[in-house]
Design a protein around this ligand. Structure first.
Ligand code: HPA
Ligand code: ZN
Length: 326
């Protein structure tokens, strides 16, 4: 009774959300119509019916198809603004938002269109919703490091509009070390660095993200539970894991949320956080993720409080802001 209300009302930061994964089917169809883009689905219901994923790749195929409706700066703005309003309703006071520029530049959409549209929505969220929002540029790991280097160079004219870089898309077969040079360059530009690791991939990818990329946070990281030495390091160094329970369930990483390791991670002293990953595809926003994972476990109000505190500790917001939220 009290716990659902606490989870809903507590101020929180969301640190692992792909903005292209916030495109609801209704908005995909509206943008397709606005832009004259043909979709391989007859209706909103037919599209939603395709959201039956067996693993990460089966999701990514549909996620990239959905993103093909985004063409104009207004499209990118409208997508981000819809997410930020939804986040504010979940008492998100800080959002660090991933975007995948290569998904768009490969279709001929200019980098400026992508970044300016998203940045305008982030500015509006701060002014109109009281949500502090920032962007993290993700490299697609199924593409080459040279393509990532070209993408970073293309984005650097807009350096003031993003706070960091990340690494996403198909994990297995694309280890973090493949991107050592581009992450070194990003760090040299003063950008924060994070990486998806240990979602489907092995604990070794988490070690690489830490030791080769110098990642400040690990996105997902749930496979760390298979490596006791890694668990000790993550706890000792308070390296945050941005965990996404409904994503893990829908992509069959933990098909039964009762098997999800969130409580084990918290009880082992790790700085775990709860996030939505791709809320339009995985059945809910950050509040829904919290409700679902608590309903499937015996976590209590102390765990809830710890998750909120962790989300601010793990965020890249200015310390002065964090002091207010905590
Ligand atoms: N993993 C990897 N890449 C992604 C994800 C994810 O969960 N969501 C969007 N791109
Ligand atoms: Zn993700």
């Amino acid at each position: 009774q009290h716990l659902p209300a606490l989870l809903a009302a507590m101020p929180k930061a969301e640190l692992h959300m792909h903005i292209e994964g916030s495109l609801e089917p209704e908005m995909i169809f509206a943008l397709a119509q606005r832009n004259g883009v043909a979709l391989p689905y007859a209706s909103v219901d037919a599209l939603r019916a395709a959201y039956a994923f067996t693993d990460l790749q089966s999701f990514l195929n549909i996620y990239y198809a959905g993103a093909s409706v985004l063409l104009t700066e207004q499209d990118f703005h409208d997508m981000a603004w819809a997410y930020l309003q939804r986040a504010a309703a979940d008492h998100v006071v800080r959002a660090e938002i991933f975007f995948d520029p290569q998904t768009h530049t490969a279709r001929g959409v200019p980098m400026a269109t992508v970044i300016n549209g998203l940045a305008r929505a982030c500015d509006a969220a701060h002014e109109q919703l009281g949500v502090s929002a920032a962007l993290i540029l993700c490299f697609l790991r199924h593409l080459s490091e040279d393509e990532a280097l070209a993408t970073l160079a293309e984005a650097l004219p807009y350096r003031q509009h993003f706070i960091g870089v990340g690494l996403d898309s198909s994990e297995v077969g694309h280890p973090p070390e493949k991107f050592s040079r581009v992450f070194a360059q990003a760090r040299a530009h003063g950008l924060h660095v994070v990486a998806h690791a240990g979602e489907e991939g092995p604990p070794d990818y988490i070690w690489q993200a830490l030791d080769v990329l110098h990642a400040e946070r690990i996105d997902h990281g749930v496979q760390a539970t298979r490596d006791a030495a890694l668990m000790q390091r993550l706890a000792r160094e308070r390296i945050p894991l941005t965990v996404c329970p409904l994503s893990n369930q829908k992509l069959q990483v933990f098909p039964d949320l009762r098997q999800h390791p969130l409580k084990a991670l918290l009880d082992a002293g790790l700085c775990a956080t709860v996030n939505s990953d791709d809320p339009a595809y995985f059945g809910g926003y950050v509040g829904d993720n919290l409700q679902a994972v608590f309903a499937a476990s015996d976590m209590d109000a102390n765990h809830a409080w710890q998750l909120a505190a962790n989300s601010f500790e793990a965020s890249f917001a200015p310390e002065a802001d964090k002091a207010v939220w905590r």
